[in-house]
Ligand binder design. Structure first.
Ligand SMILES: Nc1ncnc2c1ncn2[C@@H]1O[C@H](COP(=O)(O)OP(=O)(O)OP(=O)(O)O)[C@@H](O)[C@H]1O
Length: 946
């Protein structure tokens, strides 16, 4: 505490004069800085000696500031924005005050300083050098952050004032009558003036109010909102206990008041500790957490690393600018415009921001790239030991993460980016648009260039240039975002001529993926800012994947399945795969996560969907019986032994795995049985979320007859790869955009709840990697298939005996298929047959899958397209048809064929025979869930991995 009490009154006077002198000088300095920003050189008007003094002052200030900028992480603020002169002045002030107040220097000048500072602030004079030093460091390191600097200045001032007020009360509330010495030994003149009104009412009230004010000022300085106080305290504690500072930063400790500009530097982070409500499927949480999981507020499938430096993260309206670059203020832009109008500045030249000169093809180093996320650490994905004991005491190891090697390191900028910046700048100049490229963020496939407009410039002036921009950058796939979501800037996405592959291994090793061990999490890819995109399929809860051929759908489905195999056991996730193309998913044949062999026959697939509906109903029955709303709650209760089967039941209750149903070509299914497939899909998508059943529907024909309105309405998440037309894009995303994608994994991802799709480059997993993972998984456990999946519900018996009517049946088929009109009266008229015969022919056509079931007086659906007429006629005739084209060509079907022949006396082996045979051969699915039935209960729970 300051105990020195030998001030002189005249000292106060002198010092006041001096002080005001410095104040005016500093104001002049600020004025000078401002004028400099407008490119008027004030030193030109000064006499030579003053110019020399100024030069010496600024020279020393720059040297000192350079040293301070080297402390901690090196920073390089823009030269035009530096405030080194002011900072240096404050540093000197801090040193002088410290010399006088801390080390009790005496003598003429020291006495004056003490009289002024001690007399004004009392005890707080001791803290002033610290405050000045903090502000100096801040000003020299982050001069561009005017808002942050103002905040800190206000906070420190408030702290000083509340400190003097407190010092005044604690110092015994001296009054003017006690003399100035007494005031200086307490809170000084300032303390007296602030504190005495309140302290005279009640001393404790004054202490409480000023303590609160001091606390608030601390929050202002550290930019700490009230709700973050506990996290900051914890981080501070961890920091003091020797924890890695990076980790402290990751936990929310804001050192912004010292190193604001370092925020943009990506920091390596360790996985965060779990918080309540997150990571809800981890068994240890389940053990401890007695609450229900259910749904969460603002659920989204996308798992984000909130702490990662993401430019697009919604936040304050002020857009984030790349390091070292300051967004021009409105007044600067207006001043520039004025100068340009007055001819003081050449067209296109800018000075508030360093930007490429017009027509420059040289260095564009002034336009910085946004930081990309660092390559994820090559450390393996942590193994989840707690999950590895499957039911039936089977030990299970997840595939090691080195099966998915790291991809090539991502580039932050390349020559291609620089030349695009030059081309964009040139185009804007040529068309005299008052706008400039302020930065760019490079993703693996495209780079997004940010364009800031001058005040008074219409957004449309840039968007109208889209064709000229395409021409300038020689790319037809330019996409303009106006604005970039969460930013006051226009984004221009231009494909990179040097694309990068995103390895699935990197995505699964990213922080986003490490944050959760939910078994349904998949690696999606990388976004335009280079951030890894990871999504939870359970929260989607159903996904439509569409895109033209070769656009990357199958690669995406491979990434999805591989992610699941890498992260989850068959006890946690089971899959039904439908692959009518027969080649896309065959690599996964035999993995224990499958509950049925991969289904390649569209007809069987339609039946499998009906099985999924039954499975869903069964799960719902269980949820209702045991009083749970969500399968996660039910599973948790089962694991905790809280689900007890009814008295007398021999059923062993086990947790339900998630069920992921993947259809690799929806169009093929919709061709065979549009109504049945649509009904099943709609029923599943409407209800299955709580039952843990999730659908992924992929199609290369996103037309309205495949992705019907009903299906679309119930599949909320969409992944659109490049589509061939804007109409297709509208079908998938309800908006254009996908037609501009450049294929090969370039996609727009619209997760449930989002209104703007995010552009991602899908993750890539090679055949070799898939093979390794599959071999590992198959080596752990044999697939145990359920046999009831492809059993169809009983159908109307139709007279299949064609007998002598083959010819007329063939004619009827031709007629119905070519006209695409399934009307009995048309058959009567065209074939000149009676009503009874026409009706019989129609029934035969239904049994052959040519038309759908009767719908009263309406014409029936025609299920065969004219292109497939020849194959259908051949099948009716009983001719040999190519395996791939034949209806019913499927290994599973073949396996059942013997059975079918044994039960039927007709020889055409069309699909109906087999289905009927299957039906006869197997028990009804509903029987499987009878609690009192031994066999049934076993089978009902056979999904659990045995
Ligand atoms: N994420 C990706 N990264 C890199 N290349 C990719 C990616 N996705 C797809 N490709 C490239 O595009 C080619 C076609 O991809 P894919 O087979 O997934 O397309 P598709 O949409 O499934 O086509 P189709 O519907 O004809 O099967 C791949 O062989 C690969 O070369």
């Amino acid at each position: 505490m300051a105990t020195r009490t030998s001030p002189a009154k005249k000292g106060t006077q002198q010092s006041r004069g001096k002080n005001s002198g410095s104040a005016s000088r500093s104001t002049a300095g600020r004025g000078a800085a401002k004028t400099k920003a407008l490119n008027v050189q004030p030193e030109d008007h000064l006499p030579l000696p003053l110019r020399m003094i100024r030069g010496a002052w600024m020279g020393t200030a720059h040297i000192v500031a350079a040293g301070i900028r080297k402390l901690g992480p090196d920073v390089h603020p823009d030269k035009d924005l530096r405030r080194d002169g002011t900072g240096f002045f404050m540093l000197l002030l801090a040193v002088v005050i410290a010399a006088v107040e801390w080390w009790a220097l005496t003598g003429g000048f020291a006495d004056v300083v003490h009289a002024v500072v001690g007399g004004t602030f009392g005890w707080m004079a001791l803290l002033l050098p610290v405050f000045l030093l903090i502000f100096t460091v801040r000003l020299m390191r982050s001069p561009e952050d005017a808002r942050g600097n103002n905040r800190i200045a206000i906070g420190l001032t408030l702290m000083t004032l509340s400190g003097t007020a407190l010092a005044h009360v604690i110092g015994g509330e001296p009054g003017l009558a006690d003399g100035l010495d007494a005031l200086w030994a307490a809170g000084g003149m300032v303390g007296f003036l602030i504190s005495s009104p309140l302290a005279t009412i009640n001393m404790w009230l004054a202490v409480a109010v000023y303590s609160l004010l001091a606390f608030v000022s601390l929050l202002i300085v550290t930019a700490t909102p009230f709700r973050h106080i506990p996290a900051r305290l914890r981080a501070l504690y961890e920091g003091l206990m020797g924890q890695d500072l990076n980790e402290v930063a990751a936990n929310g400790h804001d050192q912004s008041y010292l190193y604001e500009s370092d925020r943009s530097e990506p920091k390596a982070k360790k996985p965060r500790k779990r918080r309540f409500g997150r990571d809800k499927h981890a068994p240890e949480d389940e053990e401890q957490d007695e609450g229900y999981y259910g749904d969460e507020a603002f659920e989204t499938p996308v798992i984000e690393d909130e702490d990662a430096p993401r430019v697009a993260a919604p936040g304050p309206a002020a857009p984030k600018v790349p390091p070292g670059v300051r967004r021009p203020t409105q007044s600067e832009l207006a001043a520039e415009k004025l100068k340009r109008d007055q001819g003081l500045m050449p067209e296109g030249a800018t000075e508030a921001l360093p930007v490429v000169p017009p027509a420059s093809t040289g260095s564009v180093a002034a336009v910085p790239a946004n930081p990309v996320q660092p390559q994820p650490p090559a450390t393996p994905i942590p193994q989840r030991t707690e999950q590895l004991q499957l039911s039936g005491d089977v030990a299970y190891t997840l595939p090691p993460s080195d099966y998915l090697p790291a991809g090539p390191p991502s580039k932050e900028r390349s020559e291609a980016n620089d030349s695009v910046v030059a081309a964009l700048t040139q185009t804007l100049d040529q068309f005299k648009v008052e706008a400039r490229v302020t930065g760019f963020s490079r993703g693996p496939t495209v780079t997004r260039y940010e364009i800031a407009l001058s005040p008074g410039t219409k957004v449309e002036r840039v968007t109208a240039l889209s064709k000229n921009i395409s021409y300038a950058v020689a790319s037809s796939d330019v996409r303009i975002l106006s604005p970039i979501p969460g930013k006051s800037a226009i984004g221009i996405e231009i494909p990179n001529t040097d694309r990068e592959t995103v390895s699935l291994g990197d995505v699964l090793r990213s922080n986003n993926a490490r944050k959760t061990d939910h078994p349904m999490v998949m690696g999606v890819g990388k976004d335009v800012e280079g951030g890894y995109v990871v999504a939870n399929l359970a929260k989607m809860p159903h996904l439509l994947v569409a895109g033209a051929t070769g656009a990357g759908k199958s690669a995406f489905v491979n990434s999805m399945v591989t992610s699941i195999l890498m992260r989850s056991t068959p006890d946690e996730v089971r899959m039904v795969m439908v692959d009518p193309k027969r080649v896309e998913l065959t690599a996964y044949e035999g993995v224990p996560h499958l509950i049925t062999p991969i289904i390649t026959n569209p007809k069987k697939a339609a039946e499998a969907l009906q099985w999924v509906v039954r499975e869903m109903d069964t799960r719902y029955d269980d949820l209702a019986n045991f009083g749970y709303k969500h399968i996660d709650d039910f599973n948790k209760a089962v694991r905790n032994g809280k689900v007890i089967p009814p008295e007398g039941s021999k059923r062993i209750v086990k947790p339900y795995p998630y069920l992921l149903v993947i259809v690799d070509e929806l169009a093929d299914l919709m061709m065979v049985a549009p109504r049945d497939v649509e009904d099943s899909i709609v029923r599943i998508t409407q209800l299955a979320r709580a039952a843990g059943i999730h659908l992924v529907l992929a199609t290369q024909r996103p037309s309205v007859d495949v992705v019907t309105g009903l299906i679309k309405a119930n599949v909320p998440s969409r992944m659109a790869f490049a589509t061939s037309s804007v109409t297709d894009s509208r079908v998938v995303l309800d908006q254009p955009g996908a037609e501009k994608l450049i294929g090969q994994g370039d996609a727009l991802f619209l997760p449930m709840g989002a209104n703007k799709p995010m552009r991602v480059q899908g993750a890539w997993v090679s055949e070799t990697e898939i093979h390794k993972v599959v071999e590992h998984v198959k080596g752990q456990l044999q697939a145990v298939y359920r046999e009831d999946v492809a059993v169809e519900a009983p159908k109307k018996q139709i007279d299949d005996d064609i007998g002598d009517d083959l010819e007329v049946l063939l004619q009827a088929t031709e007629l119905v298929v070519t006209t695409q009109f399934g009307s009995t009266s048309m058959l009567q008229r065209k074939l000149r047959v009676g009503f009874a015969k026409a009706g019989r022919l129609m029934d035969l056509l239904e049994s052959r899958g040519v038309v759908g079931p009767s719908e009263g007086s309406k014409a029936r659906d025609v299920l065969v397209k004219p292109d497939d007429l020849a194959v259908t006629l051949a099948a009716i005739r009983g001719d040999d048809v190519p395996a791939a084209a034949a209806p019913g060509a499927d290994p599973m079907t073949d396996a059942l064929a013997d059975n079918a022949n044994a039960n039927h006396n007709f020889d055409q082996d069309g699909p109906e025979d087999l289905v009927q045979a299957d039906l006869d051969a197997r028990p009804q699915a509903t029987e499987y869930y009878d609690d009192d039935d031994d066999q049934g209960s076993e089978d009902a729970w056979s999904l659990t991995g045995r």
